[in-house]
Design a protein around this ligand. Structure first.
Ligand SMILES: Cc1ncc(COP(=O)(O)O)c(C=O)c1O
Length: 382
């Protein structure tokens, strides 16, 4: 494929000559009306109706029993991990091909990530590699009822798979393996609002899942995050821990543990509610974009990612697979120099300075993808 062909196609698709971003936010609903309502009512901070409304809409949309809004996706993941029982000195299994926030949230709990390879088809954690690693490297301690890393002697207290670019990973198999080893699963579904595995929303398979609403996501709240879970006790504790652990009282200030101020503001939630009202429209729009890309890339002989078997993806970010690192780099250079934003997939987390000494399994698929995957403009087309 000539990069020029891709540029011409993308310009036509987005009806724009240049400055075509990867995923810019669009405001086509009642965002302004709800923001003015926040200002008029003076509820611009943590009190106000939009936070609860945003939580209720999210629970209903995802089919999870409870949803707890927080300040961002990273905080959501940190709290979900703490409530899953992750303690300082523990280890948490995740994938190296993910945004750095996944590993940072693990670190914020005082734990260390262990990196397990991804599948080539989903770009999410590979159940086979997970099983292989656990079988070889862990031992079950009946006295503590925990799976222990044989090498470090530390408990493995959670598994965090991620649904890359909104393509669901093989979550059912991952949860099955996790259950066998008695390790809770917290799904990093930051990118997969509107994505389903066998008809069930991503983020609802493990003990809890998290969502992100930063400006590049399928819907934004300006910034924000959500913890989704079916466990009433987990949701109650998540609310308590993210709202300074204040005991409800009309005027007294009594807090019963060291907690966090990870609350989402009413202003952010107001934007989120307005955007959630448009989620179905957005998902249709994004499927259409993906279909057009698939057709184009087929004609030029380039592989583009489509939803894996048994899944429905939100097509948050469309991505293509180039032949090698050299081709990837020249594609990135040329498109970014010519007004069309493209990005490589993340540098593998085990190669970052702060995570380079973390234990990992064989990462051949992640390394292969790192050299070839490019994400391309995927925002909602107006
Ligand atoms: C996979 C993944 N995990 C976590 C996050 C963190 O979300 P936030 O930016 O809202 O903290 C993001 C998005 O930014 C993400 O893409």
């Amino acid at each position: 494929m000539q990069v020029e062909q891709f540029l011409a196609f993308t310009r036509k698709l987005f009806n724009r000559k240049a400055n075509i971003l990867l995923h810019e936010p669009v405001f086509i609903g009642k965002e302004k009306e709800y923001l003015i309502d926040c200002i008029n009512s003076t509820f611009v901070s943590y009190a106000g109706k939009y936070v609860t409304e945003f939580e209720e809409m999210t629970a209903q949309f995802t089919g999870s029993k409870y949803a707890v809004a927080v300040v961002n996706g990273t905080a959501a993941l940190q709290i979900a991990l703490l409530l899953a029982g992750v303690k300082p000195g523990d280890e948490v299994i995740t994938q190296p091909l993910t945004f750095v926030a996944t590993a940072n949230a693990i670190s914020h709990c005082g734990a260390a990530p262990v990196f397990i390879d991804v599948d080539l088809s989903t770009m999410g954690m590979s159940p086979e590699k997970l099983e292989e690693w656990c079988a070889e490297n862990s031992i079950f301690s009946a006295s503590t009822n925990q799976t222990i890393n044989k090498l470090t002697n530390k408990p493995i207290s959670a598994i965090v798979p991620m649904h890359t670019f909104g393509f669901p990973c093989k979550i059912e198999e991952i949860v099955e393996i996790a259950n066998k080893y008695n390790i809770p699963v917290i799904e990093d579904s930051a990118e997969s609002l509107g994505s389903y595995y066998k008809g069930k929303h991503t983020g609802t398979f493990g003990l809890a899942g998290i969502l992100s609403y930063n400006a590049n996501k399928i819907i934004t709240a300006g910034g924000g995050g959500m913890i989704i879970t079916d466990c009433a006790d987990f949701a109650k504790k998540a609310k308590h821990l993210t709202t300074t652990a204040k005991l409800p009282h009309r005027y007294e200030f009594v807090h019963d543990e060291i907690a966090f101020n990870y609350r989402l503001t009413n202003v952010n939630a107001a934007i989120g509610v307005a955007q959630m009202e448009q989620i179905d429209k957005r998902l249709i729009n994004k499927r259409e974009t993906a279909a057009k890309y698939h057709e184009f890339f087929k004609t030029v002989g380039v592989k583009s990612f489509s939803e894996p078997e048994n899944t429905k993806a939100n097509y948050w970010l469309n991505a293509i697979l180039l032949n090698n690192l050299e081709e990837r780099n020249s594609f990135l250079e040329y498109s970014n120099n010519n007004g069309v934003m493209t990005r490589p997939v993340w540098k593998l987390l085990n190669k970052l300075e702060m995570y380079k000494n973390c234990q990992h399994g064989n990462l051949e698929n992640s390394e292969w993808l790192e050299e070839r995957v490019v994400s391309i403009p995927s925002g909602v087309r107006l």
